[in-house]
Design a protein around this ligand. Structure first.
Ligand code: PMT
Length: 418
């Protein structure tokens, strides 16, 4: 996982050195984001050597990499330890004048805080009000423990021990990295088939749905190859920053086929979300075509290879292949019927049947689809953000793989032991 550890200015910062070490030893990619004040307790060199990554506190460093939001976007988990009364108040207010603040505002990952302060500060109604607000927003709170404090006094306010924070933080991550250890190939975007050096046949795919499918797989622990045909501006930004996503750029259907065949060799799962042109111009002109008087223009088109069908024909043992089908339909029954016919034609294990129209499916932020399994049963019907749709797709893929495993072990379908 990609873990960000925020450190605010309390003496308990020294304990977070051990927390970072535990995370690194567990194989996580750890980035420490200290506040300026916290550097009086533990310095940059310690964090850099323990986390094995560069450390900065300022939103003005590494501006070209958009660092002020990049860490938050890439994070699978953010831990703030110690979380001082001041930092908790700033989180509640959504202040963003340091790197920790912007990182916290830019994330959708689970956030875990480990408060540390004197008992009076912890009990103060302002702090308690802030904690209630943060909890209501879904922030996970570990501690504080009751025990000796820095001033010699004792009471609630002591930061929890690193092992406890480590366990609680991992437990806060949804899905428990259920795709860890799997290699996944996802295609996205629309292919462009050249007519001449300045024109092409294309489609409206923005690449958003495929980027979310790839990113969600990576967040759930998979190693992902994202084969990108033409996509909209900025669509690949988050995926490109994720340490487990490798992006391969392609253009035409034939280029995408080459990349897909190569990537599928060692993939456990292939999901073809890309909108691939069924036809290309038989012979693209090297010269720009010019208008021929008042006459029309006839282009000869030839069929492109069916990449998905080819992948199914040559699949390796145990590989799961997922197709997407963009369909216009007036009713659910029509959508399902079109989907079933296409699933059988392509021979895929799962088909996400995407209801599309002038204003839905392509380019939009939200999506609506149903998922057919290898028996042509509708196993999910999803409507929501493309990220939510991606989550439901991966749930369906895992269920299908589990079912296949059970069938191949027994020769018949059996229920798992409870
Ligand atoms: O990119 P967005 O703007 O976010 O929009 C998302 C989407 C609507 C493009 C996406 O959710 C979707 O539905 N993708 C599939 C679009 C499509 O091309 O459907 P199809 O019915 O033409 O193709 C069926 C399947 O065969 C697809 O998995 C496609 O990748 C594959 N195919 C198609 C043609 C071809 N020559 N080779 C293929 O492999």
């Amino acid at each position: 996982m990609f873990v960000v550890v925020g450190v605010s200015g309390g003496v308990a910062a020294y304990k977070s050195v051990h927390l970072v070490r535990l995370l690194v030893l567990a194989g996580h990619e750890v980035h420490v984001v200290p506040t300026e004040d916290s550097l009086r307790f533990v310095g940059t060199s310690t964090w850099e050597s323990i986390s094995r990554n560069p450390v900065t506190t300022s939103v003005h460093d590494d501006v070209a990499q958009v660092r002020h939001v990049a860490l938050g976007q890439a994070a699978d988990l953010i831990i703030v330890a110690p979380a001082t009364a001041n930092t908790l108040a700033r989180m509640t207010a959504g202040l963003a004048d340091n790197l920790l603040g912007t990182t916290l505002l830019a994330t959708t990952a689970p956030v875990v805080v480990a408060p540390a302060m004197h008992t009076e500060m912890w009990s103060h109604p302002a702090t308690q009000h802030n904690m209630a607000t943060l909890r209501a927003r879904g922030v996970h709170v570990v501690g504080p423990a009751d025990g000796p404090l820095t001033g010699g006094d004792s009471g609630p306010g002591r930061m929890s021990e690193p092992d406890e924070i480590f366990q609680a933080a991992l437990a806060a991550v949804p899905g428990d990295a259920d795709l860890a250890g799997l290699r996944v190939t996802v295609s996205t975007g629309g292919t462009r088939e050249p007519i001449d050096p300045v024109r092409f046949l294309g489609n409206r795919s923005s690449g958003k749905q495929g980027a979310e499918v790839a990113l969600t797989a990576a967040r759930r622990g998979a190693e992902v190859r994202l084969l990108a045909a033409h996509v909209g501006d900025g669509v690949l930004m988050e995926a490109s920053r994720h340490p487990r996503v490798e992006i391969v750029h392609t253009g035409t259907a034939v280029e995408l086929q080459d990349a897909a065949v190569a990537a599928a060799v060692d993939a456990d799962i292939v999901a073809m979300v890309a909108a691939v042109a069924d036809y290309r111009v038989a012979e693209a002109s090297d010269e720009k075509l010019s208008k021929q008087g008042g006459e029309g223009l006839t282009l000869e088109l030839v069929q492109n290879p069916d990449i998905l069908a080819g992948l199914v024909r040559n699949r390796s043992p145990g590989q799961t292949i997922v197709g997407f089908a963009a369909e216009t339909a007036h009713t659910d029954d029509e959508l399902i019927a079109k989907g079933r016919a296409k699933r059988r034609r392509k021979g895929v294990d799962l088909l996400a049947v995407n209801a599309v129209g002038w204003k839905k499916g392509f380019e939009s932020t939200d999506n609506e689809l149903l998922i057919l399994d290898a028996d042509d049963d509708v196993v999910a019907q999803v409507r929501g953000s493309k990220r939510a749709v991606a989550g439901a797709l991966w749930d369906a893929v895992l269920t299908a793989r589990q079912r296949t495993r059970m069938e191949s072990t027994d020769g018949s379908l059996s229920l798992p032991e409870m």
